[in-house]
Design a protein around this ligand. Sequence first.
Ligand code: F6R
Length: 255
Amino acid sequence: MKIYKAKDYNDMSRKAANIISAQIIMKPDCVLGLATGSTPVGAYRQLVEWYHKGDLDFSEVTTVNLDEYRGISRESSQSYYYFMNRNLFEKVNIDKSRTFLPDGMDPDAEHACESYTRIIHSIGGIDLQLLGLGHNGHIGFNEPGIAFEKETHCVTLSERTIKANMRFFPSEGDVPRQAYTMGIKTIMSARRILVAVCGEDKAEIVHTAFFGPVTPQVPASILQLHNDVTLVADEAALSECPKDALYQMAKGGLL
Ligand code: F6R
């Protein structure tokens, strides 16, 4: 694993955007796995800026998002579809027909998940998967205790995740209880993985996930077994990690 230590959120966003942008430049028809949430907003903003400067071309890029709430329509401002369009897709020259998210309005969970898995296989898998990190170690909506061998599946959100996401809804009761998410197997099949993390409130889980035992109780811990993971985190998020281990793991990275 490579670790890039950023000064703050803006620096983290810029570093993450640099890695995504390098991927697009090296392989213009790449498949990007994308995430929503607060963490990647700054990176998307940076990518849009570089696109407007003429430094980036999304015309051949395909994207697959990690997840979508079940039962929320695409038009709803709380849907991840809406989020992605608002923050990235409608601001760059991406072909919208090549931007994929699970269909949250498909009431048949099995059908929705199988269709999404088929799409990911049909586009040849993911070149670079961007991930945020939940306070409980979730990646995508893979909550603690999830089986590592799953592809896209329907999950019931944990109380902690519902609380963390209620900031995007009028009240806690409005947060959907279920979501369709790429599984750990899908995420681990990505050729490269970029994890972006920011803030002191994530320091404990960064330490547990990347320096603790690999266990389904901490879904992100499985990333220790992937052979091409880059963690971009600010100083606060790295503050509980052992300094000497960080140094070792940063070989090849900029610490
Ligand atoms: C988002 C996702 C989630 C978030 C995680 C961190 O598509 O799948 O795993 O990445 O909950 O969220 P933020 O960035 O809001 O702290």
